[in-house]
Design a protein around this ligand. Structure first.
Ligand code: SF4
Length: 507
């Protein structure tokens, strides 16, 4: 056993073992030390189980111990100050599925942990035991296996302990996106290109984002052009086709009008985009949007952008490190429309510091009044690298209740305003363990978003921090290859990035 540090604020122990007697002896010791200890075998993916535990208690208040000697977890115990619960894992088996199957074992253990922690802490989670980023894939796969909607409902409830509300949301989304979720044609790919610069850094940011110093952008673009040329020509030679193109970041419109024009000229020159069904530029920060930049985008035939206010409350914008006003958001929207941009997405965040349901509703009222074609409502996710997470480790757990109201109110409001949910994903460390939902006016879904989450198409990512995923349809398997996320290292090692692309896609 590693790390036996008596920590006074620890409250319980969770332990998996193949021997109840062995567990009990160890538990006595841990209890004496007032430890909060979790031990599982190395035969199951400990990370997913840890993700579930973290939704109940913050990291730092438990210790996860992987005991290598155990072949299989057959039982588990949870020791609280007042009681000890010891149960065989088979108690949490579903429909007599064999626990020899790793996936079944993992899910049975997750149900066991969920039940023990949930009962003790008096807490239930809307997403039940699901910890993955793309729960929509599960319902799509069930539908393809021939499950009726009622059978899907029953399975999500019994197998994952999912709330009724989340199952209904997944089913509603499935209806909208199902026509777009067919496996892509062989050698069809979505393309992502990242510009890792922003004018200032938001307090919750954990993306590859930098405030550029003199020459940074030009040096970065030079390396990026090399990758564009390489991937564009290789795709043409080997018969790959771009199905959609997405320029994200960072904030791509941090580029000057001239840089943006050059970049788009380069892209259209190097890639064959004759089959490309959708092209998006994430403008992001309103303080980077000018009429001239919007005209450049429009003149290249691009009709879809994103403007991301996050909130329409000045105090919140100040708190999160944005250097613009709500009025500038409205102006940026008008500017984009006046340049002829036909499809605009707006990103919002529920759960920002010091915001309550009334603030979110106010933001929603102002944003829906503009009638953007897409609105994406995120719930705040704080990854380790964000300043807010460093300042408050428990933030994502504390805001659960206020978010319950916000999420419910926003869903209802969006429905009344004529928007339908069309895609959904979850992240780690989301406030209150909720989700991000993309809404659209009917028929205005963003194809790139749907296909990225559905993972039945190859995604080729260019630029610092881009993760390419090759989809093998015959084996329904994905292989990944990542570019380095630090843009300086990306510039220095650009040839290595090209080699990685070669290995993944063109070898
Ligand atoms: S705009 Fe987005 S990428 Fe840029 S600093 Fe803010 S959160 Fe990070």
């Amino acid at each position: 056993m590693k790390g036996l540090l008596p920590l006074a604020w620890n409250r319980c122990i969770i332990r998996f073992s193949n021997s109840i007697a062995r567990q009990k002896a160890a538990l006595k010791l841990f209890k004496k030390l007032n430890m909060y200890k979790i031990t599982i075998t190395n035969k199951i993916p400990a990370n997913e189980i840890e993700e579930l535990i973290k939704m109940f208690v913050p990291k730092g208040e438990y210790e996860l111990n992987v005991e290598e000697a155990l072949a299989n977890a057959q039982s588990f115990s949870v020791v609280f100050e007042e009681e000890t619960i010891s149960r065989p894992v088979t108690d949490f088996r579903q429909e007599d599925r064999p626990l020899a199957d790793k996936k079944e074992l993992k899910n049975a253990i997750k149900r066991g942990i969920y039940t023990a922690l949930g009962r003790h802490l008096g807490k239930s989670l809307p997403w039940g035991t699901l910890t993955g980023v793309k729960p929509g894939k599960i319902v799509r796969e069930l539908k393809e296996q021939g499950f009726s909607e009622d059978q899907i409902r029953a399975h999500m409830k019994d197998y994952y302990y999912l709330s009724e509300e989340k199952t209904e949301l997944l089913l509603e989304i499935l209806h909208t996106q199902y026509p777009h979720t067919k496996p892509a044609a062989e050698k069809s790919a979505g393309i992502y290109l990242g510009i890792p610069f922003c004018p200032t850094r938001c307090v919750y940011c954990s993306f590859t984002s930098n405030i550029p110093k003199k020459d940074d952008v030009e040096r970065y673009l030079a390396a990026l052009y090399k990758e564009i040329e390489y991937v564009g020509s290789r795709m043409k030679q080997t018969g790959w086709r771009a199905d959609s193109f997405y320029i994200g970041g960072g904030t791509p419109t941090t580029l000057s009008e001239g840089q943006l024009d050059d970049l788009l000229t380069k892209i259209f020159g190097e890639f064959d985009l004759s089959d490309c069904r959708e092209f998006t530029v994430e403008a992001g920060r309103p303080d980077t949007i000018t009429f001239e930049k919007m005209k450049v985008i429009k003149d290249h035939g691009i009709d879809r952008i994103s403007i991301n206010p996050q909130s329409m409350k000045q105090h919140t914008l100040d708190l999160i490190g944005r250097s613009h006003t709500p009025e500038e958001i409205l102006k940026a929207f008008e500017t984009a429309r006046s340049a002829g941009i036909g499809t605009i997405n707006m990103d919002l965040i529920a759960g920002l510091p010091e915001e309550g349901p009334e603030d979110l509703m106010d933001t929603l009222e102002k944003v829906t009044a503009l009638r953007p074609e897409n609105i994406t409502i995120h719930t705040l996710a704080l990854k380790r690298a964000s300043r807010l997470k460093m300042e408050d480790e428990r933030y994502h757990l504390k805001h659960g209740e206020v978010l319950t109201d916000m999420v419910a109110l926003s869903r209802e409001y969006m429905k009344q305003s004529g928007y339908v949910p069309y895609y959904l994903y979850r992240q780690k460390y989301m406030a209150g363990n909720y989700e991000n939902v993309g809404y659209c006016l009917p028929g205005k879904e963003c194809l790139y978003n749907i296909r990225t989450m559905d993972e039945q198409e190859t995604m080729i990512a260019l630029g610092a921090g881009g993760i390419s995923k090759r989809y093998y349809s015959a084996e329904t398997r994905i292989e990944r290859s990542a570019n380095v996320s630090n843009f300086e290292i990306y510039i220095d090692r650009i040839d290595e990035m090209l080699d990685r692309k070669y290995q993944l896609l063109f070898a």
